[in-house]
Design a protein around this ligand. Structure first.
Ligand SMILES: [Zn+2]
Length: 82
């Protein structure tokens, strides 16, 4: 069984599709059993989506790409937890 720390460390690989299949099973099993990691993953994905949408919107406006400071802080914070 993965620990929460191991799961968080694998999160970026998982979302990139880089996590080996042998570990994906353990990853998903842990998510099924662990409310903490489920909500963490949810928040993490929401942050990624928000940052991608912010970037895309900037590109559509053909203005300079500028990520709001509070969004950067939210991403950094999410990466540091727990
Ligand atoms: Zn967990």
């Amino acid at each position: 069984m993965l620990t929460c720390k191991q799961l968080i460390e694998s999160l970026a690989d998982y979302l990139d599709g880089q996590l080996p299949l042998s570990r994906v099973a353990a990853f998903k099993l842990h998510l099924l059993c662990c409310d903490h990691c489920r909500s963490y993953l949810h928040n993490y994905e929401a942050t990624i989506v928000a940052s991608q949408e912010a970037l895309r919107k900037e590109e559509e406006d053909t203005g300079p790409i500028e990520v709001p400071e509070d969004l950067i802080q939210a991403i950094l914070k999410a990466r540091q937890e727990p």
